[in-house]
Design a protein around this ligand. Structure first.
Ligand SMILES: Nc1nc2c(ncn2[C@@H]2O[C@H](COP(=O)(O)OP(=O)(O)OP(=O)(O)O)[C@@H](O)[C@H]2O)c(=O)[nH]1
Ligand SMILES: [Mg+2]
Length: 328
């Protein structure tokens, strides 16, 4: 089958060939992968590019390990989903990381405190969600920062209610767009997306809510802001609304937790299998063990099924909280 690649692909490929730094190479490869249509004719090429990308990232990792200066950082995904923070300097991104996780980032009352990525895990019910703190997004931000943002499962845009939150949000959105990152809200992308763009779900966290005790500034912000993104006022320092923020993050990640169990036994409620929303029994089987997929005959479901222990087919769509007995 021919690959049928669009002209934008070849433009990115040219950028890849001419790239001088690993960061530029990674950015070009990411674009090529994003542009490439999904079908059998592109499977091999996709695998090849993925390998190249992984190799580049590995090289950077090991170079950094040896103490040499790399111009690229990446953050390995961990937990149920990766959320990366984007926003102007000094809005409290690092303070949010410190308040939501056990990480201990540097927090400063001056801009450009953060220079490198730092991750922490947010405990939420029985899962852990990875939160990544990054240097601020400005005209001069290094390409690797956008690379981390493009790779994340969800973006958390942070602005400061006591500064100019509307202007900050606008600017951040524009800077992301220039890097082909298009923000989408709860409903997903609306309309046609340019090939090579990265649609990213995003939440707006309006921070320093302690400086807006009556919430009037946030009300005005909400009224004037027409982004269509979910937004919430928080105080990273005071701890205000952080539980609600975590819930929103979980919701926006569009993941479900399911609990496989052997027949006649209880499931382990502390260790859910995390899947994308819309996943089927077959995809659960695949996640557990690839041999299971072929052997799978049916499953029994407790939770979303009409009655407990209902026998379902492998194309049954699972819901958050389902207990699943796979029958091979
Ligand atoms: N009043 C108030 N101050 C906050 C809050 N969160 C952070 N700050 C203060 O804002 C300043 C910047 O905080 P950081 O967490 O370093 O901000 P940042 O967004 O990581 O900044 P960069 O790393 O430069 O991009 C520090 O003085 C914090 O103490 C908050 O919820 N309320
Ligand atoms: Mg910081």
């Amino acid at each position: 089958m021919p690959a049928n690649l669009p002209p934008e692909y070849f433009a990115a490929e040219k950028r890849f060939r001419e790239a001088k730094t690993p960061a530029e190479k990674v950015a070009a490869l990411e674009t090529m992968l994003a542009i490439m249509p999904h079908h059998k004719g592109t499977d091999k090429l996709r695998a090849l590019l993925r390998r190249k990308l992984a190799k580049l990232r590995e090289e950077q990792e090991s170079r950094r390990g040896k103490g040499a200066r790399g111009d690229l950082y990446s953050v390995r995904k961990e937990g149920a989903g990766q959320v990366a923070m984007a926003g102007p300097p000094n809005v409290g991104k690092s303070q949010l990381l410190a308040s939501l996780t056990k990480a201990n980032p540097e927090i400063g009352d001056y801009p450009f405190t953060t220079q490198r990525p730092q991750a922490g895990m947010i405990p939420f019910e029985n899962v852990k969600i990875q939160l990544v703190d990054l240097p601020p997004v400005t005209e001069h931000t290094d390409p690797w920062v956008f690379s981390v943002l493009r790779n994340a499962d969800l973006l958390l845009l942070v602005v400061d209610i006591s500064a100019d939150p509307l202007g900050e949000l606008d600017l951040t959105k524009d800077l992301l767009l220039k890097q082909r990152i298009v923000l989408v809200g709860e409903g997903g992308p609306d309309g046609h997306l340019q090939p090579g763009t990265f649609p990213k779900r995003a939440i707006v966290a309006v921070n320093k809510g302690d400086l807006d005790p009556g919430g009037e500034d946030f009300e005005a912000f909400r009224e004037l802001c027409h982004e269509g993104l979910p937004m919430i006022e928080v105080s990273a320092k005071g701890g205000h609304n952080l539980e609600e923020l975590k819930r929103k993050i979980f919701f926006m990640l569009e993941i479900i937790r399911v609990y496989p169990k052997p027949p006649g036994k209880e499931p382990d409620r502390d260790n859910p299998v995390v899947l994308k929303k819309g996943s089927t029994v077959e995809e659960l089987a695949e996640e557990i063990h690839k041999d299971f997929v072929e052997k799978l005959r049916y499953a029994r479901i407790w939770g979303s099924a009409k009655f407990d222990g209902q026998r379902v087919h492998k194309d049954y769509v699972l819901q958050d909280g389902d207990v699943v007995e796979l029958h091979l």
